[in-house]
Design a protein around this ligand. Structure first.
Ligand code: ADP
Length: 493
């Protein structure tokens, strides 16, 4: 009984065999145990540039580059002492030599052939130039990848790595090739990994490795660990399914994320403290202030005559200052309340809201013959009180900073993707472009209170409200022709 590896060892006459090999796609050469060429097919003549007669009886080493001939004859003897079907030169790059002494890469499979004249060996030779070029291209491509690349076969052995992988894991390439990929993984995770690896080969597809929340770690040669991100893609090869792992060191990103999270947490805490402080102080300041203003008014009413003109003037000054301070405190209180958790979001009808604002400003509208107009405005998710305040502030600013009669303010809204883009446009004094950002800071005013009443809190409040709604606010100035205030709000489902 023939062993499986001997199955090609059929008993045939070499002459019959010639007919068979002429139809083979590869160059095929039959040699005797002394290494002499017994038969060649046409493909061999073409591939090596010889006439058949020149080859018959010649040593097979004729087809091997001179410098490799001695080694070849040793291997040949070895083959005849243990003949079986196999690929020649596993892992080494074989070369053929043409008649004109030029060399080219080849792949060779060997099989024994028993004939009545004894044991022969058949070599099927393929020109591997194209394949090797493709391989080289692939390797070059691998080197240009920004990530560390590690390619493994179905048994988890590393087949290929690029320079980035060498650097990342601190190994020389030669030390990695052929080793299980688990060498690059912390010991405590290796068992799991091997299991997952088999799972992947059973259902291979392009995907990131590790599910949500699973932190992946790599292990350097010196045993140190570092966080990584991996994407896997299957790769069909002649040696079966391989998997490419693109590996990225995310140490810096993780550090950055941690820093950012700490920073955000600190910021939130100090913001909360600040808001709490503003809330408490403004609340506590209002009561004494109400006394100051109440008693000053009482003083003026009951004893105004006795104080004389100068005294009454001072008193008016106190009363005005107290009123301004009351307005400031009320503004601060409102500002500190924006974004507090109890403020629930509902569907807000901006059209209706603007109607309310118009009604509230109707006295001023009448007095100054003003016009507040608007496009149809949308319904969107928001905190009603805050959005009311937003429209109210921007519209009343638009009127306030438009001296003279017939001030006009127009509110428009435009859908832009997931957002509504609102603008509030006036034709007033406008804003010097260098101050367009600064006016959203608290207490930043471009004019004295004797010119235009105000606290410098309104726009800071508007910005906080818009941010609380996940939008943006900014201003544009139209030289000599007013200002536009723009803000975006999420459109909702
Ligand atoms: P206030 O109106 O109480 O002064 P705001 O925070 O609302 O405070 O505005 C800050 C500053 O921005 C104002 O003092 C003014 O100088 C400028 N400003 C706001 N709105 C307008 C506008 N529509 N036209 C011109 N300047 C404006």
């Amino acid at each position: 009984m023939a062993r499986p590896e001997d199955q090609a060892a059929v008993e045939v006459d070499p002459r019959w065999y010639l007919e068979l090999i002429e139809s083979a796609p590869d160059a095929t050469v039959l040699i005797d145990p002394e290494g002499r060429i017994v038969l060649v097919n046409r493909q061999t003549e073409r591939m090596f540039g010889y006439q058949r007669e020149e080859l018959l009886g010649a040593p097979i080493e004729t087809l091997v580059p001179e410098r490799l001939r001695r080694g070849h004859s040793v291997h040949r003897d070895g083959y005849f002492s243990e003949p079986k079907v196999r690929e020649m030169g596993a892992g080494i790059e074989l070369l053929g030599r043409r008649r004109d002494a030029s060399e080219f890469p080849v792949e060779i499979s060997l099989s024994p052939l028993r004939t009545e004249r004894g044991l022969y060996a058949t070599a099927s030779i393929r020109d591997a130039t194209d394949r090797r070029k493709a391989n080289e291209k692939f390797r070059a491509l691998l080197e240009t990848a920004p990530d560390a690349m590690v390619i493994i076969d179905g048994s988890g052995s590393i087949m290929l790595v690029n320079a980035q992988a060498e650097r990342l894991f601190g190994y020389q390439r030669e030390a990695l090739i052929g080793r299980p990929v688990e060498a690059l993984i912390p010991e405590r995770l290796r068992g799991h990994h091997a299991q997952h690896r088999s799972g992947y080969f059973a259902a291979p597809k392009v995907r990131g490795m590790g599910g949500a929340g699973l932190e992946l770690s790599g292990r350097r040669k010196d045993g140190s660990e570092f966080p990584i991100e991996i994407s896997l893609s299957p790769m069909e090869t002649e040696q079966g399914l391989w998997v490419t792992a693109a590996i990225r060191d995310v140490t810096e990103r993780k550090q950055f994320e941690r820093k950012l999270a700490d920073y955000a947490e600190n910021l939130q805490r100090s913001n909360q403290e600040l808001e709490q402080f503003a809330y408490v102080t403004s609340h506590d300041l209002s009561a004494p202030l109400r006394s100051v203003s109440g008693f000053s008014q009482l003083l003026k009413k009951r004893h105004g005559e006795a104080l004389g003109e100068e005294g009454r003037e001072y008193l008016d000054f106190i009363i005005r200052s107290a009123a301004h301070m009351e307005a400031l405190i009320a503004g601060l209180l409102t500002l500190s309340r924006v974004g507090r958790k109890e403020a629930a979001f509902t569907t807000v009808d901006c059209d209706r809201l603007l109607g309310v604002v118009q009604a509230q400003l109707s006295a001023m509208v009448q007095e100054r013959d003003a016009l507040i107009s608007h496009d149809p405005l949308p319904k969107l998710p928001g905190q009603e009180m805050e959005l009311h305040q937003l429209f109210q502030n921007l519209v009343s600013n638009g009127l306030k900073f438009q001296p003279g009669s017939n001030p006009r303010v127009h509110v428009s809204a435009q859908r832009e993707g997931d957002l509504w883009h609102f603008s509030v446009r006036d034709h007033g004094i406008g804003i010097d472009p260098q101050y367009l950002d600064r006016i959203f800071e608290i207490f930043q005013r471009l004019h004295g209170t004797d010119e235009y009443e105000g606290t410098g809190i309104g726009l800071a409040l508007c910005r906080k409200i818009v941010q609380h709604h996940g939008g943006n606010i900014w201003a544009e100035s139209h030289a000599g022709d007013g200002a536009s205030f723009h803000f975006t709000l999420r459109a909702g489902a």
